[in-house]
Design a protein around this ligand. Structure first.
Ligand code: ADP
Length: 791
């Protein structure tokens, strides 16, 4: 700096007894982001070329520099209008040149000053300044005192919050008695925004400045309190995570120490993923995850762990949310049904109605369908066809002989080897929760001390309650409402009544010979040919041969035996071809014995002639209708009645009633009264190994008895069915369709039926009606007139 007029250029400031002489024109350095307050000591890093020059210049002379904050801190080369007018005169206490060319300068604020003019702008700024003096209050009144105390306390608090408080600071604060100094000291330590700090700097009134500092301090204190809170929370969170991680690592180490591998960890993770994928109802998922946690805590190979593992396997394999989309094209469904089944019009019609309703109202709670009929009439295959038509999966479970409720509903998990019930097992196998589920032989369900399976079944089948079916093993509700249950039974009588109540029976009664021949041709034979690896060209089945198989090798209502016989023929031909024989194999009536041996059932009636004491009854059995011979013999004795042939109680009573009727009407019937006392009577129903019972043999027994006593033959082409009353009335019977099919098979021409069964003739197929003569009767006399031949 050039030497100048001393009076003009030197400002004198009294500072704590010291006198500072500061030139009025000094170098100026713009600073960013920091306001230097009076008495504040602060290091500055100087990098800009102009600033470096300014510092170097001032250090060379009086060490004074005017520091003024630039308005935009981003600005690289601020001009005169880019800095605030009010700044601070500072003294450079120390200066160090850094290796990178920058300068580190330790500056101390000396006095507030106002920039009057720029004296030099090139190279570095030089400015004329004028000191500004603070206005301190004349005396410290109580209000100022309180304000000062407040500021001091809050400062201590703030420092304490930041963990920077020390006794020295406390001392320092307590010794300050000037509001202006206190304001500057606190402000310089507050990390204020530049605008706020500059505002303070420009406030010359000490009390006002302190008030503003107090406000800023309070705000800072609030901020810091919240910040501290957040930080504590974060710290807690981190330390909890760290703790958990540490513990988990320890558990892993313990598992490893116990010989448990990473497999377990992988298994647990896999289970967790599978459980999430299952989309279980919320409560069930919670339970599953609970069990998973239990598994996690168990020894990998313990038996307990394997129980839990099996349980979890069961849960994740159940189709909780897997559903197939229903295909409900009624025309196509009809095609599928017709393709697979000949006849069965009623059953097909009912199925199509069911599908139609389902199409129009998918939410209708379905009726349960039950097919009733003898074996082999197509109950199961109809069920399969329904599934095929709707494009659903099919599953079949046989309930024959099931006595234990647990078979349906599962065992509780406390039992060793416990399993879910058959219904859930079935669904697990299907993999969807809306299959066609067939429950076979519902009429053979047992019921004893081990529980009543029918009540468990009821819960599964009843559309009102099956959306929350509870299996003992699973121990959580499973929704069965999407499942289409189809039941089958051989007879409706033994179906538990509670179940019967809820289902719709569709009767399939068995096939006539003609129907069987058509089914064999259209369905069974092509299938058997294919199954046995043959081609249609390799085998030529004559229609007569099929008819022979039906009539001479099978005697059944259904088609099973017929299917087996056809299979047997195809198998034998397959063997011949496999052995190298060539050509087309013809199966005819003549060579049928080669394949199937001699005929097993003679087409004609077993009894070729009419005989005395032998009547033909018609019986209904589970496997369809059958004819039943009733033999009666008289031999000298005392009038005793002997019944043989495993006749059940009902039939024995029928026999007694028939005998009483005969005795009571002996005169009209032309029987000598003596005959009853001097003869023992033996009634026998052949095929004694098969138990027989039922209330429909009465008139046949009466006819056989009267025939035996009168010596008149019973026409062997007449079959009869009907119960007898003591007065000789003929009472109605059931199962007429099956019985007439049985009669037809047995070669009977005339069938005597009770008058009250006339209405049932409507259900008899035309082909049967055309071959049989049905005669309805009210009284046994009519039966005797029709059946007994004149002598
Ligand atoms: P069920 O379940 O009544 O004992 P199935 O359904 O097992 O009888 O039927 C036995 C066999 O007879 C099956 O191979 C089936 O395809 C066949 N079958 C039954 N009824 C018919 C029919 N109306 N048309 C074609 N095949 C039939």
């Amino acid at each position: 700096m050039a030497e100048a007029d001393i009076d003009d250029l030197i400002e004198i400031i009294e500072k704590e007894g010291n006198v500072e002489e500061i030139p009025k024109v000094i170098p100026m350095m713009p600073v960013r982001d920091v306001v230097v307050f009076t008495d504040m000591l602060l290091p500055l890093f100087v990098g800009r070329e102009k600033s470096i020059k300014a510092i170097e210049e001032c250090v060379e002379f009086d060490r004074y520099v005017f520091l003024s904050v630039q308005k935009d801190s981003e600005m690289e080369k601020p001009g005169p209008s880019d800095v605030y007018d009010i700044g601070t005169i500072a003294r450079v206490q120390k200066m160090i040149k850094m290796p990178d060319g920058r300068i580190k300068a330790l500056v101390q604020g000396i006095s507030k000053a106002k920039l009057i003019e720029f004296v030099q702008k090139r190279s570095f700024f030089k400015v004329r300044v004028e000191t500004i003096f603070d206005v301190e209050p004349d005396s410290i009144d109580i209000e100022i005192e309180a304000l000062m105390r407040n500021v001091k306390e809050n400062s201590e608090k703030l420092l304490a919050l930041k963990g920077e408080f020390s006794g020295d600071v406390g001392d320092l604060l307590s010794h300050i008695d000037s509001p202006g100094k206190l304001a500057d000291l606190v402000a310089s330590n507050l990390n204020l925004k530049v605008e706020d700090a500059q505002g303070l700097l420009e406030t010359t009134d000490a009390v006002e400045r302190l008030t503003r500092v107090n406000d800023l301090l309070a705000r800072e204190l609030d901020l810091s309190t919240v910040q501290a809170k957040i930080q504590t929370h974060v710290k807690d969170e981190i330390s909890k995570n760290q703790r958990d991680y540490y513990l988990r690592e320890q558990v892993k180490a313990i598992h490893r120490e116990l010989g448990e591998s990473d497999d377990k960890i992988a298994e647990i993770a896999e289970f967790k993923q599978k459980i999430k994928k299952c989309k279980l109802p919320e409560a069930c998922e919670k339970e599953a995850l609970k069990q998973l946690t239990r598994l996690e805590q168990m020894h990998f190979d313990s038996s307990e762990a394997s129980v839990v593992r099996t349980y979890l396997d069961c849960i994740v394999e159940l189709p909780w949310s897997k559903t197939t989309k229903d295909f409900l094209d009624i025309k196509k469904a009809q095609e599928v049904l017709d393709q697979n089944h000949y006849g069965l019009d009623k059953a097909k019609e009912r199925i199509l109605e069911y599908l139609s309703v389902r199409k129009l109202n998918p939410n209708k709670k379905g009726q349960i369908i039950c097919f009733v009929g003898p074996p082999g009439v197509g109950k199961t295959s109809l069920g399969r066809a329904i599934a095929k038509a709707m494009k659903r999966k099919f599953h079949r479970v046989s309930l024959g002989g099931i006595r234990d409720e647990a078979e349906i509903r599962g065992h509780r998990r406390t039992y060793i080897g416990a399993m879910p019930g058959r219904i859930l097992q079935g669904l697990r196998q299907c993999g969807t929760n809306n299959p066609v589920f067939m429950l076979d032989e519902i009429d053979k369900l047992g019921n004893d001390f081990r529980g009543d399976p029918s009540s468990a079944l009821l819960e599964a089948l009843d559309p009102e309650q099956n959306s929350e079916f509870s299996d003992h093993y699973l121990n959580m509700p499973f929704d069965l409402s999407g499942v289409l249950f189809v039941l089958t039974a051989n007879m409706a009588d033994t179906i538990p009544s509670a179940l019967l109540d809820r289902m719709e029976l569709i009767h399939l009664t068995g096939y006539t010979r003609q129907e069987k021949v058509v089914i064999a041709k259209q369905h069974l034979l092509p299938r058997k040919i294919k199954d046995n690896g043959l081609t249609r060209r390799a085998i030529n089945f004559s229609p007569n041969a099929i008819e022979s198989i039906v009539s001479e090798y099978t005697l059944e209502a259904g088609l099973r035996e017929l299917e087996r016989k056809l299979d047997s023929v195809c198998r034998k031909i397959a063997r011949q071809i496999a052995e190298g024989q060539k050509g087309r194999f013809a199966v005819t009536c003549q060579n049928l014995t080669r394949y199937l041996g001699p005929p097993q059932y003679i087409n004609e009636m077993d009894q070729e002639e009419s005989q005395v004491g032998l009547a033909t009854g018609l019986a209904w059995t589970e496997v369809g209708g059958e004819h039943l011979y009733i033999e009666t013999s008289l031999f000298p004795g005392k009038g005793e009645l002997l019944l043989t042939g495993q006749i059940g109680e009902v039939m024995q009573e029928s026999a007694r009633a028939a005998l009483t009727y005969t005795k009571a009407n002996q005169e009209e019937l032309g029987i000598d009264k003596e005959a009853f006392d001097s003869n023992d009577i033996h009634i026998h129903v052949p095929a004694g190994a098969i138990p027989k019972d039922g209330p429909s043999a009465g008139i046949a027994i009466a006819t056989a008895l009267v025939s035996a006593f009168t010596g008149k033959k019973v026409n062997n082409k007449v079959g009869m069915t009907g119960e007898i009353s003591l007065r000789g009335r003929v009472l109605p019977i059931g199962g007429l369709k099956e019985k007439s099919l049985g009669a037809l098979r047995a070669g009977i021409k005339t069938v005597i039926i009770p008058e009250k069964n006339k209405k049932d003739l409507h259900d008899i197929p035309k082909s049967v009606k055309s071959k049989l003569t049905f005669i309805c009767v009210k009284d046994v006399r009519e039966v005797l007139d029709l059946a007994l031949e004149a002598e």
